[in-house]
Write a protein that binds this ligand. Sequence first.
Ligand code: FEO
Ligand code: CA
Ligand code: CA
Ligand code: CA
Length: 690
Amino acid sequence: STVITVTPAQLAFTAVPKSQSDVVVVPAGYNVTVLTRTGDPIAAGVPAYRNDGTDTNFAQRIGDHHDALAYFGLNAAGNKDLASSTRGLIVQNHENINNQYLHVNGSTNVSTGPRPEGEAIKEIEAHGVSVTEIRDTGNRQWTWVQDSRYNRRLTPNTPTVMRGPARGSDLLRTAYSPAGTDGRGTINNCANGVSVWSTVVTCEENWAGYFRRPSSGAASDNANRSVGEQVSLRRYGVTSSTGSYAWSTVNSQNSIFRKWDARATAADATQDYRNEPNQYGWVVEFDQYNPASAPRKRTALGRFGHEGAWFGLPVAGRPIAVYMGDDSRGEYLYKFVSRENWLAADATASDPLAIGDKYLDQGTLYAARFNADGTGQWLPLVFGQTPNRPATGADPEYVFASQADICVNARLAGDAVRATPMDRPEWTGVNPANGEIYLTLTNSNATLRPISGTDAANPRHYNDPKGATEPVPDPATPPQPTNQYGNPNGHIIRLRETDDNGAGTTFRWDIYLFGADNVDADPVNVNISGLDDSNSFSSPDGLWFSRPTNPAGQGRPLMWLQTDDGAILDRTNNQMLACFPGRVGDGGARTITNRAQNGTTRQQATIVGANATPATVKRFLVGPQECELTGVDSTPDGRTLFAGIQHPGEAGDATRPTSNWPQSQAGTNSGRPRSGLVAITKADGGIVGI
Ligand code: FEO
Ligand code: CA
Ligand code: CA
Ligand code: CA
């Protein structure tokens, strides 16, 4: 394909105004096509989705809550062709569900149980990942192929293989796999990554809440557990007394339900489901071109609330680096560095999962520390080198027993090395022009970021009166009264490895951009990046650089930003912005004054960076009501951009839907809302964004 170089970089569209309408809004000159929606059939013979709660068989339908996505080309004969922009596979995560719309009369006993078996099966199968073939039927009129041989669903029931240091560990022994070598399923698949050898890695984020366990750690559960297991379960938040959706309360002995009950009921771990939580929280690699292949859980990359996993730029003869956020308040940024050096021929190997074994099963996991002077360290999480986690609160010292233990309990290892607690690390991305790493920090609150607890990398604490009443709570983040204070609008930080060496242990960093409401935020202390009506946003989440094969990905590459916000929804629905970032160090430094809750306590904070030019940040898209924007990729030629619309109408129910999207996109304001994949094209066939 022809490569066109575009200089200077320019955002050649008119910014979309803020919007609270129930449609996807894009700039003048652009078109929106709705592709696969929740429930659409992706196997021969599966009936069309009725969208009235009577549909079944989600194992052969598109799942709910469209999250991260990636496009992979097919040639005219239907074979792998990464350069193709007219036919390909869309791989998309299905993070969670709007359970209220999946059944005829909503969910039965969803918070307490007992749950009806049929409802639970549907909800379980609506989670996971989908692979769907799509085709351009002419002039970028995209449609999906219901009976493609590539179409596939990964669900929480799909057999998986455990790989890396934790494979065979006692910590992974389950009734399903007494040897601790195999697993079943993937859940809460949030962001993703594409490996240098073109497989997908899907990331398990908020898995902890699905398990049932007495929240108090009751004696009945703890009697058969070690103190270390108890510490681990508390640290990871496996504390629900029913589990999200209460699937373990189905009146059935089938282990697809029973496994969500993680209470230890027998002295022998293989006789119950106590270790099932250790099966989740991983980066999971699979080959989207090979539907028969089992996904591989890459335990060397650590277990936590994995948001995404983005690969650093590969350099022949050097290790591969992977950058990963752990999305919870006060969690860490991680990096994995392969033991093996990159061999360019591996990019096109015939068995890509074997290449994954080579680079992702042995290596070093690190957690990041950000220093106040704009430098940082990668701290190794290595058995024999990493100290034990000291006694913390009510927890006694945690003594690591092996590298498997460190991988399963990576958060405890991050605590032990005193990594920097961050304001909810979401997506990572890598600038293809210079290898710099970007990380969205979506927000924090007064509990996790009190005025006395700010630092240079997480410098803001202020009062946002709107943060208190998030009108549309993210299901993964229940509204907390203290959201009003802290850093409710989030920011974006970026790193440059010393000598651009991804295998190194030091870096420089600065802050690229701060979210804020341009209308009422204090311009000095809150709207620090000087956002205006054309680009004001809050709670950055999805972040992705245009592909280098796309003219918008060359020279000064275009970065896309997606929001998942609670604190600015009084002004606009969630949105997608296009940005031309500069580089680490070009933002200077300055001092701001944080203000505490009482309005008078003040504290100086020094900020590294943040001098983004608002002219290089523009709002490109606004979504329908109560959605978040999640997932972004383009065809290799950059002429079709794909994005995910996740959970429109999430606050409503079957009798009172609060969005009618995607029906509303075609002018029909009725019916239950569905998550959906959209394709965005330019009316003149040009490259999206520039
Ligand atoms: Fe699934 Fe942190 O977003
Ligand atoms: Ca979500
Ligand atoms: Ca996210
Ligand atoms: Ca989010």
